[in-house]
Ligand binder design. Sequence first.
Ligand SMILES: [Zn+2]
Length: 159
Amino acid sequence: MDNDSASGLKSLFDHYFAHGCPCRFPRFRATVSRDMKAIGAAEWDISDIPALLQIFDRRVELVKETETDYSVKGRCNLCNAQVYRWGAPLFRDSFIERARITPGDLPDVGADADGPVPIYGSVYQAAPGSVTRVERERIEDSFPRLSLPLWLEYMKALR
Ligand SMILES: [Zn+2]
């Protein structure tokens, strides 16, 4: 991750905590639970998601309920949302990382996620395999793409 991304993501989480926590932002929830199977690309991933979850794991304290090798279920210490944080090994050291966050009783503070949430990072094949150029382009173009500053603005938007 380059410096702009690192400082941008830090500012994003600072913003989340200034307004509660990331669980209360529908656009965050939609991004980190994104299902690549929906576009027929189960072995592909988007770099935004592991980048967000790496910080989420560090900064969001979970009251753990159950834990396995690749998953943790628990509740956010701040908002009581139910968090199912999991990873699935795909190939050697490549993982698909996701979190399914079910809000608790506190209202959302972030803007709604209407339509497919945009991305700013790279779309990549997480397991080896050959795909045609057309198929690669189809997968890469399945999501609206924003520059980092515009994506941060989108992710930070309040209700
Ligand atoms: Zn929370």
